[in-house]
Design a protein around this ligand. Structure first.
Ligand code: PLP
Length: 405
């Protein structure tokens, strides 16, 4: 019910999937059948966004971390229907640029539900944020403070500190962002001198984090920043932003338990504390399934080689840029054939690097069969290119709502 009222979903048809009538694979087959029949998007790759998955993940977040307000990280996947659904469910948003802020405001979300969580911002984007009332951002350098003092002096600020250990994360961020321990005090003093309003601390333990104890170290380090600010006589800090790093199963429950116990240890006695987080992957990754069409084939002995119409320069750039492991299964009836072959799956561009899978076991498939790639919602479509004229941004998304009853 909530989902169908989501601003981003207005005008789009959401197909309800139930255990008894229609599952995701049936739905994908019906899309292929319909689009081919009317000669529309013939054989083009497409995504299915399952809004039922988003709703149940949101529910899981609220049940598990009720004290932590989610600000969905738009960069992970800016699909408007996903943004609209999350807005309707009550999420706030982490935007990293003018375009992301515009996308969220276009849904009718108010500017006080947005954090501009990019520690290094272009002046034109800062001016835009000021003009639309986005009044919360992050910083980790004096130069950023100078820009904010000049162009958005009323903005509340979170000092982004480097997490203690982001090794092992799929996408570590510490080499680029976060003040070092000995930079914190001078930065807080510089903000005092500039009469800027630092209200809290933020960190990110790395996207797709594996070492979840990193939340413990980062939360402890954040408390030290609160204490340093108090020692400097600054107004009391009251915002703790624990960033992203969350994945859905199997690591979520462990992350929740580390976060909760660390908050209890270090922040139980901080009055009026507001805790926020910037989950991207957690909400987006498992909600999207990609279907790509086989456009070419070569047989070399027992080896099968297939070309499909999305690849390393498109959605599957996540293999390179996000250390993702992708997997696929065939969508056609030929999958019922029991013999499997060691298969290579290439992307469509004329670059040999555009190789998605090698040694993957697949049955004998034909040109124009389909491959389905699950869990393709994080840093996949959003980071693809138009190399060789294959435009990742043009891939359609169909909406479904899985309802187990
Ligand atoms: N917040 C910031 C500042 C980020 O840079 C990122 C990802 O790069 C995120 C949030 C989202 O992180 P995740 O997808 O791990 O939840």
């Amino acid at each position: 019910q909530v989902i169908s009222g989501a601003p981003g979903v207005r005008g789009s048809r959401v197909t309800i999937l139930t255990k008894d009538s229609l599952n995701l694979i049936d739905f994908m087959e019906s899309i292929i059948f319909k689009t081919q029949k009317v000669g529309e998007n013939e054989h083009e790759p497409f995504y299915v966004l399952d809004l039922g998955v988003v709703a149940s993940l949101y529910d899981k977040w609220i049940q598990s971390l009720p004290m932590v307000h989610p600000f969905y990280a738009v960069k992970c996947n800016p699909e408007p229907a996903l943004l609209g659904a999350l807005a309707a469910l009550g999420s706030n948003f982490d935007c990293a640029s003018r375009a992301e802020i515009e996308a969220v405001l276009a849904l009718g979300v108010s500017s006080d539900r947005i954090i501009y969580a990019n520690p290094c911002k272009a002046v034109s984007h800062i001016k835009y944020a000021a003009s639309v009332g986005v009044n919360l951002t992050t910083f980790d350098s004096r130069e950023e403070l100078d820009k904010i003092r000049k162009w958005h002096p009323k903005c509340a600020l979170l000092i982004r500190v480097k997490g203690p250990d982001d090794s092992g994360a799929r996408s570590p961020l510490g080499a680029k962002y976060g003040a070092l321990e000995d930079e914190v005090e001078p930065l807080l003093q510089a903000s005092q001198a500039a009469q800027l309003n630092v209200t809290g601390v933020s960190f990110h333990i790395g996207s797709g984090a594996m070492k979840l104890h990193a939340y413990r170290g980062a939360i402890a380090a954040a408390k030290e920043v609160f204490d340093t600010a108090a020692r400097l006589g600054m107004p009391k800090l009251r915002v703790l932003n624990i960033g992203g790093g969350f994945t859905a199963d199997p690591y979520f429950d462990e992350a929740v338990s580390v976060v909760k116990s660390s908050l209890q240890t270090h922040f139980a006695i901080v009055p009026g504390l507001s805790i926020m987080s910037e989950p991207g992957r957690f909400f987006a990754e498992s909600a999207f399934t990609l279907a790509a069409n086989i456009i070419g084939k070569r047989v070399r002995g027992d080896l099968r080689e297939y070309w499909i119409n999305d690849g390393i320069y498109g959605s599957m750039n996540c293999i390179v840029n996000d250390n993702a492991t992708v997997t696929c299964m065939p969508l056609t009836s030929s999958s019922k054939v029991s013999k499997n072959y060691s298969s290579t799956v290439f992307g469509p561009t004329c670059d040999a690097f555009d190789t998605i899978l090698k040694g993957h076991q697949l049955p004998e498939l034909r040109v124009s069969d389909w491959l389905v790639f699950p869990k393709m919602g994080a840093y996949a479509a959003s980071t693809g290119s138009r190399f060789n004229g294959f435009d990742t941004g043009a891939i359609s998304t169909y909406l479904a709502y899985s309802n187990p009853s």
